[in-house]
Design a protein around this ligand. Structure first.
Ligand code: IVH
Length: 769
């Protein structure tokens, strides 16, 4: 048993302290098990440094108090270079010498503890408490693998009290928080809180699951051995005793040496695996330390040189939202200005709605803000004890966009809420104009990013329609303002000559973009989920802009390749009054799609009443149930006026759901309107559907990536000429995916679904070319 204890402790040290494993895990486990078995057979012979004691003892009702044999004091703090100079001068004056050597080390951001070893055996651990009495955390500290249960070597002192810091490495902290999140439990604000929360567990078995670390930095009490002459000697001795000591330590001379160490560590701080909040300087010679002594509760021989705090407490004065370029709504805390790490912080991101609710940040709350490097400051946590009375209201994301007043929507499964204002929202305007003017959309040549930014910033463009009413003077004004702002006014302009050719060209390009094919105009509008291919489906099947902008969701849903999400996004876009106004303005400015036509003849099949009824999204009304209703002689029109649904042989749950849905007046109107639209469309549709016959008819293709010799458009045209159809997204119904270079998620989806994948040559072979 003694051999096993020693052997296992050696492996633990090699693994956890030296980070150099000396035994395979399985072998370790086998030895461990062997020891456990022996111990349960011979409980009277269990060693007090047995590694089996590290798994955590049974929970205790409360911590015992421990009176420290030597008080655990604190350090004086300094922040400025000048504080360091003063410290060094006081030390030199106190010792009456010209130059002093210091032991420089890290100021670990964890919790101070003291460990007591008697004859080399770990017997007790206590927290700092108020410096005079702390809590007995022996059982918890036993679980910390880097802390030796027996000191190494033969020459161990009779009594040694080691002072040091318990902490959690950043990596282990991140893992712990991930586990907490997964388990739906509270996350810790920072590694120090996590270390404290883990150490102060009445159930040491929980501590055992948290990966705590320890660094030794001082001596409390020593009996039965000589103290080394220097503090650096003490640290080196600790290392030989098997106690973890940070390697980031140095002996330096004078204030200049101290500041050099401080700067060096400051630069490497972010790369350290654990958090530090400064460095600590200690007069190296122990005799000098004793000569200097203490003032009140801090030693004269040491100084903590702290880094500017990267976390600070402040009060939330308001919670606003910012609207990003894609309409993403980000809640932002407005803060009572506070200095964080030397920078004044007035705003901090709250990321998204869920984050605000999870942290439960409210206006008036005192919060911890953190600034790390160049990243946007964030609110880490609320200090609940300081919440005002009565408690402020829980935060709610605004229902409308603060910039444009459009509805804010959040799609299922998405963390981000978005402004649905699209074209009319100022925050989204630049991006929307960029998209609108793009080559595959309205294709306005010469309208680059710089002009777009200037036009929006000079308030010359409220919405895309304003592009079409721009005058020469507007552009010249814009150019002058932009030049002035950037300080790039050309000499010729200063002399009164104004170049106008570029502006004439731009106006011409804008005018030339007025009559795009319908699908390009649709794509240009920037409707979420509507790419080129969906825009083409809409244009091909419905034919007219007027119809598309009024189309009910159910009609969109029956079109090929338009699923629930896309249909909903389109209907939502057109339901937004502001978007309709923006479209009206475009039309009024003379924008008119070319080549509009009657809806496609094949729409007749899609307008099948069963289809439409099932597309209404009535709960429980699946396609077979819809078929049953229509077979029972019902129509959309008649259903809109019906009150009793239990008479068609439908299961009670289905007829109940139907009744409930119909009880909402707007739903009834919806179904009546759909019936009316259906009748109108059927009247317009050309009779006999002339399907373009070709050997690929009935086959659906998805094109992705860059093809070696032709554009996707050209390939699509060939497929359609052969009777095939080109779709925008891959589903089980896709017949072929044609993949070129850099094909991404569509190719992956095809592989996942087992859809046949072709390259360009394969497509050509299929086309018979
Ligand atoms: S020496 C009598 N060395 O800082 C001085 N303390 O304000 C004893 N700390 O609570 C402390 N790293 O938790 C010392 N290298 C280090 C330290 C360190 C962190 C903490 C310690 C103590 C506080 C002192």
């Amino acid at each position: 048993m003694a051999w096993l204890v020693e052997e296992l402790n050696r492996h633990i040290y090699n693994y956890h302290v030296l980070d150099a494993p000396t035994i395979p895990d399985a072998e370790y486990d086998r030895l461990f098990k062997e020891l456990q078995d022996l111990e349960s057979a011979h409980p009277q012979a269990v060693k007090n440094d047995s590694p089996t004691s590290r798994v955590g003892a049974a929970p205790i009702p409360e911590f015992k108090q421990v009176t420290h044999s030597v008080p655990m004091l604190s350090l004086n703090n300094g922040f400025l270079d000048e504080d360091v100079d003063n410290f060094d001068r006081r030390v030199r004056d106190g010792l009456d010498v010209h130059s002093v050597d210091y032991s420089a080390e890290l100021k670990f951001d964890g919790l101070a503890i003291t460990l007591r070893y008697e004859n080399g055996i770990f017997v007790q651990a206590a927290t700092r408490g108020d410096g005079y009495t702390g809590e007995d955390v022996t059982a918890n500290i036993r679980t910390v693998r880097v802390i030796p249960l027996r000191l190494h070597g033969d020459a161990v002192p009779a009594v040694l009290e080691v002072r040091g810091e318990v902490l959690m490495f950043k990596e282990d902290f991140a893992r712990l928080n991930q586990r907490q999140r997964d388990a739906g439990q509270k996350e810790f604000a920072n590694p120090r809180n996590a270390a404290a929360g883990s150490l102060r567990q009445l159930d040491a078995r929980i501590t055992a699951q948290r990966k705590l670390r320890f660094f030794a930095y001082g001596i409390g009490l020593l009996e039965g051995a000589d103290l080394p002459d220097t503090h650096s000697g003490v640290l080196a001795w600790f290392d030989r005793l098997g106690l973890p000591v940070s390697k980031e330590r140095a002996v330096v001379n004078g204030a200049a040496g101290l500041l050099g160490y401080y700067r060096n560590i400051g630069e490497r701080r972010a790369g350290l695996p654990y958090e530090i909040d400064g460095v600590v300087y200690k007069v190296d010679r122990v005799a000098d330390q004793a000569a200097l002594g203490f003032v009140s509760r801090a030693p004269r021989f040491a100084l903590a040189h702290k880094f500017p705090a990267e976390e600070a407490l402040t009060v939330v004065s308001a919670i606003d939202v910012q609207v990003g370029r894609t309409g993403a709504i980000t809640p932002v805390a407005r803060l009572v200005p506070v200095s964080v790490g030397g920078v004044t912080v007035t705003n901090a991101t709250l990321h998204n709605e869920d984050e605000v609710l999870r942290k439960d940040v409210r206006v008036g709350d005192t919060v911890i803000v953190r600034r790390a490097g160049d990243v946007i400051p964030e609110v880490l946590a609320v200090v609940l004890e300081r919440r005002p009375e009565p408690a402020p209201m829980r935060y709610e994301l605004p229902k409308t966009c603060p910039v444009c007043g459009s509805h804010v929507v959040r799609e299922e499964g998405e963390a981000v809420a978005r402004c649905s204002g699209g074209l009319s929202c100022a925050a989204q305007r630049k991006e929307a104009i960029r998209h609108f003017a793009g080559r595959r959309m309205m294709d306005i040549e010469g309208l680059g990013d710089r002009y777009i930014d200037s036009l929006v910033e000079c308030n010359l463009i409220e919405r895309v329609a304003d592009l079409y009413t721009l005058k020469l003077d507007d552009l010249l004004t814009m150019k002058r303002m932009a030049d002035e702002r950037e300080g790039t006014t050309p000499e010729t302009v200063k002399q009164g000559k104004v170049a106008t050719k570029w502006a004439d060209n731009l106006l011409e390009a804008i005018a030339a973009s007025k009559n795009p094919p319908l699908e390009r105009l649709l794509f240009a509008l920037g409707i979420r989920h509507v790419g080129e291919s969906t825009a083409k489906t809409l244009a091909d099947w419905l034919g007219r802009f007027e119809l598309i902008r009024q189309a009910p969701e159910a009609l969109l849903r029956v079109l090929p390749d338009i699923g629930g999400t896309v249909a909903e996004a389109i209907a939502e876009f057109f339901a937004e009054e502001k978007n309709q106004q923006a479209i009206n303005a475009l039309l009024a400015a003379g924008v008119a799609p070319q080549g509009e036509h009657a809806p496609k003849a094949q729409l007749r099949e899609k307008l099948d009443e069963v289809n439409l009824l099932a597309a209404l999204g009535i709960p429980k009304l699946t396609e077979p149930r819809a078929r049953q209703l229509i077979a029972a002689g019902q129509s959309l029109e008649s259903l809109a006026h019906l009150n009793v649904f239990g008479v068609f042989g439908l299961p009670a749950t289905v007829s109940g759901a139907l009744e409930e849905w119909m009880a909402v007046p707007s739903n009834r109107e919806k179904i009546a309107a759909l019936a009316k639209l259906r009748a109108e469309l059927l009247a317009q549709l050309p009779e006999a559907a002339a399907t373009p016959e070709g050997h690929l008819s009935g086959k659906t293709f998805v094109l992705t990536g860059t093809l070696p010799t032709m554009s996707r458009d050209a390939a699509g045209a060939l497929i359609e000429a052969a009777g095939g159809r080109v779709a925008g997204s891959v589903s089980k119904k896709t017949s072929y995916v044609v993949a070129g270079l850099d094909a991404g998620s569509k190719l992956a989806k095809a592989e996942e679904l087992g859809v046949t994948i072709l390259d360009e040559a394969g497509l050509m072979a299929l086309l018979g070319q």
